[in-house]
Design a protein around this ligand. Structure first.
Ligand SMILES: NC(=O)C1=CN([C@@H]2O[C@H](COP(=O)(O)OP(=O)(O)OC[C@H]3O[C@@H](n4cnc5c(N)ncnc54)[C@H](O)[C@@H]3O)[C@@H](O)[C@H]2O)C=CC1
Ligand SMILES: O=C(O)C(=O)[C@H](O)COP(=O)(O)O
Length: 381
């Protein structure tokens, strides 16, 4: 069996090597000739999977090691009887921790207390739902807008216009869709961006085109709101002027924790085994590398907020990713798309909060409870 795989799928050989010959290719430029004699195609978000790519191939199964599937023409695959799988939720914790790091950094830079903010979550799926739980564990008031998955508590549920007008922090977690009852392409258009209150923060880690980037840039030029972008229109050729106007800008890496990427590979491996009726021999937990930072100890007088900030920043600080992007673009040695894709390809190892064991010496049960609410593994000593 010939398996053509995006070269940025980590551990592709480890998972798929026992199932066939794995051929690695750059996903962004993958073309029909490269998949013509493949049986299986494994992609990430940068490969457009459609009739043009596959109509003359013998591919029987396609999998994307991602949560989003806007790059895949699933209707066409279905029509042709080609199997398809993706990895829902593989990187949800990674994106949540990106957003928590953003909020943590901005609360210090802009001088606000998170407990006094209203956070509006648009899209309550794997990412939005988990973000909601972590924020609630911190005692933060949240509003939720999702026409397909209404909030469990009525006081959280909000129409889009209301949420935009009432939230101090707005975080987008919808897929990119162009059809259906509630399409999200330019969901945040001129009307919606106009509803965001002066002083509010908009975070987009969903897909670039969910926000009309030119309208956003116009609003940011007025200097009365803050935006954070991980995803951009026209990736990888992002607008440098927009980067200059956002407080934090990163190259679509919110979901790039090592756990998330390996989970993504493992999930599509399991799906392929199910599809072809193969036994699964490789286990995700058995191939997950041990983190460099394994534990951290706090003494008895530590307060919950201080412990969470310290642990969170030790595991992930979004400013490192923002710096890498700005520095690389400022050097002007490579074109914008080359920089954007290089930073993604060479992304340094980043771990999730659950990789850190937090040791607490005589700390109160509240500190333990709050750290656990943010996903850290806590041991009381
Ligand atoms: N920046 C990054 O690295 C990553 C980005 N993503 C993006 O985030 C998106 C969300 O990820 P998940 O939570 O894992 O997906 P999901 O499919 O679990 O959740 C998406 C939610 O959005 C809701 N939704 C759909 N249309 C909506 C609309 N018009 N208004 C409000 N809500 C709407 C759905 O009902 C669903 O509950 C993905 O589709 C992907 O595009 C996902 C992972 C990593
Ligand atoms: O899972 C998704 O959806 C994402 O946005 C991925 O994190 C994107 O990563 P790549 O597939 O572009 O490497």
């Amino acid at each position: 069996m010939k398996i053509v795989a995006d070269e940025n799928i980590p551990l592709a050989d480890v998972f798929f090597g026992g199932l066939g010959e794995v051929v690695s290719v750059p996903g962004r430029t993958l073309n029909a000739a490269q998949v013509a004699d493949a049986d299986v195609l494994l992609v990430r978000s940068v490969t457009r999977v459609n009739r043009e790519l596959l109509e003359n191939s013998k591919v029987r199964f396609v999998a994307s090691a991602t949560s989003g599937i806007d790059h895949v023409d699933t209707d066409w695959l279905k029509e042709k009887g080609i199997g398809f799988a993706h990895a829902p939720g593989c990187n949800a914790d990674s994106v949540v921790e990106y957003v928590l790091s953003v909020i943590n950094v901005l609360s210090e830079q802009l001088g606000f207390s998170l407990k006094e903010q209203v956070v509006g979550i648009i899209g309550k799926g794997q990412v939005g739902g988990r973000l909601l739980r972590r924020l609630e564990a911190l005692g933060v008031r949240c509003l939720v807008h999702d026409p397909f998955a209404p909030a469990e508590k009525t006081e959280q549920q909000a129409e889009l216009d209301d949420l935009l007008a009432k939230s101090d922090i707005i975080s987008l977690h919808t897929p990119l869709t162009k059809h259906g009852d509630h399409p999200t392409f330019h969901l945040l258009n001129a009307h919606c961006i106009g509803l965001i209150r002066p002083g509010s923060i908009l975070i987009n880690s969903s897909r670039g085109p969910v926000v009309d980037n030119l309208v956003l840039l116009d609003r940011l030029r007025q200097g009365d709101m803050t935006a954070v972008l991980d995803v951009w229109e026209q990736e990888p050729d992002i607008n440098p002027e927009l980067l200059d106007h956002v407080a934090i800008g990163t190259p679509h890496i919110a979901g790039y924790s090592l756990e998330a990427k390996i989970r993504g590979t493992g999930m599509i491996y399991q799906a392929m085994c199910r599809y072809f009726g193969f036994p699964t021999r490789v286990r995700i937990n058995n191939v997950m590398p041990i983190p460099v930072l394994r534990s951290m100890t706090f003494s008895s007088d530590v307060q919950a907020e201080e412990a969470i900030t310290t642990a969170l920043r030790a595991v992930y600080d979004v400013r490192r990713d923002d710096n890498r992007l700005r520095l690389a673009l400022r050097q002007r040695k490579e074109a914008v798309p080359v920089v954007f894709d290089r930073l993604r390809k060479t992304y340094p190892e980043r771990r999730e909060f659950q990789s850190l064991k937090v040791r607490l010496r005589n700390a109160t049960p509240d500190v333990k409870h709050q750290l656990e609410g943010q996903g850290f593994r806590v041991v009381s000593e």
